[in-house]
Design a protein around this ligand. Structure first.
Ligand code: CP
Ligand code: NVA
Length: 310
């Protein structure tokens, strides 16, 4: 890896000042284009002549559309590459894929399985690499979520944020965010699905205010925000045992009533109504899930501009 290349691999791998700068830039870009049609190109076309390669080894709606639209709104272009279309799907190495793509494009966004693949891509690429989700983390999502909470609640460092359900890739990025943004993160999961020991060690070493419990009511008690995610992430198989374990962690109206009166409900989507959340909650007045979705666009534009120094 060239030291000067600015990858966005994880919240934990990005300097505190840079995370703040990315969010400030995202808010400014969102405000500047208020009322404009989606096809409106940013004045100055900051990413003109720049090309983003987007590699998807897993399905996606929000990530692929928001990165593509982000490039277009900044005057650049994107290429959508699925794992099976690439020689990567026939055994070409990640290292060679990184070196080849670096000769053609200005940045690479990848959604893949093992976090090691992302790390290897970044090691061999000579252009910025962005994490569009791995089995381990989903930093672009949580940056958009932090932006959304800043809009709705102001200073996030004062917030109590509750997670109810499976501890997964999104939870891990929330744990990284807790260390930087200073909020209290309460994770309610059944014991077998609680965060991995190395993640908890990381939280302790980085003074992240993270509480893990088996009790969803305790997590939601007086919270400013209650969050859920799917019970079965894309890389997982077989719903039986996990669904049985997670039933008591569904975010329903009763659980929401334990939180503050003005608490918001968040979910990165896609959602399964009747599983991790009731339709009444996700479609109700406390839900801000589509604001989170929109902010993927704004925050990723800021991440792209930061990676490409534009
Ligand atoms: N939240 C999110 O990353 O959605 P997609 O899987 O549709 O990209
Ligand atoms: N935890 C989910 C997030 C989807 C955006 C998954 O990995 O499938």
């Amino acid at each position: 890896m060239t030291d000067s290349v600015k990858h966005f691999l994880d919240i934990s791998a990005t300097d505190d000042a840079e995370l703040d700068a990315i969010l400030q830039s995202a808010h400014a870009m969102k405000q500047a284009r208020a009322g404009q049609p989606q096809g409106f190109v940013e004045p100055g076309r900051p990413l003109e002549n720049r090309i983003l390669a987007m590699i998807f080894e897993k399905p996606s709606t929000r990530t692929r559309v928001s990165f593509d639209v982000a490039m277009r709104q900044m005057g650049g272009q994107s290429l959508l590459l699925t794992g099976s279309d690439l020689q990567l799907g026939r055994g070409e190495t990640i290292a060679d894929t990184a070196r080849v793509l670096s000769r053609f494009v200005d940045a690479i966004m990848i959604r893949t399985f093992e976090a090691e693949k992302l790390a290897e891509l970044a090691e061999y690429a000579t252009v910025p690499v962005i994490n569009g989700l791995t089995d381990l983390t989903h930093p672009c999502q949580v940056m958009a979520d932090i932006m959304t909470l800043q809009e709705k609640k102001g200073d996030v460092s004062k917030l109590k944020i509750a997670w109810s359900g499976d501890s997964n890739n999104v939870t891990n990025s929330w744990m990284h965010a807790a260390a930087h943004f200073g909020f209290e993160l309460r994770i309610a999961s059944p014991e077998p699905l609680q965060p991995a020991g190395d993640m908890l060690d990381w939280c302790r070493a980085n003074s992240a205010n993270v509480i893990v419990t088996e009790d969803p009511d305790a997590a939601a008690d007086g919270a400013d925000c209650v969050m859920a995610d799917v019970w079965l992430s894309i890389h997982e198989q077989g719903e039986g045992t996990k669904h049985n374990l997670l039933k008591p962690y569904q975010v329903d109206e009763t659980l929401m009533s334990k939180a503050k009166e003005d608490a918001v409900f968040m979910h990165c989507l896609p959602a399964h109504r009747g599983e991790e959340v009731t339709a009444g909650v996700i479609d109700g007045p406390q839900s801000i899930v589509f604001d989170e979705t929109e902010n993927r666009l704004h925050v990723q534009k800021a991440i792209l501009a930061w990676c490409l120094d534009s």
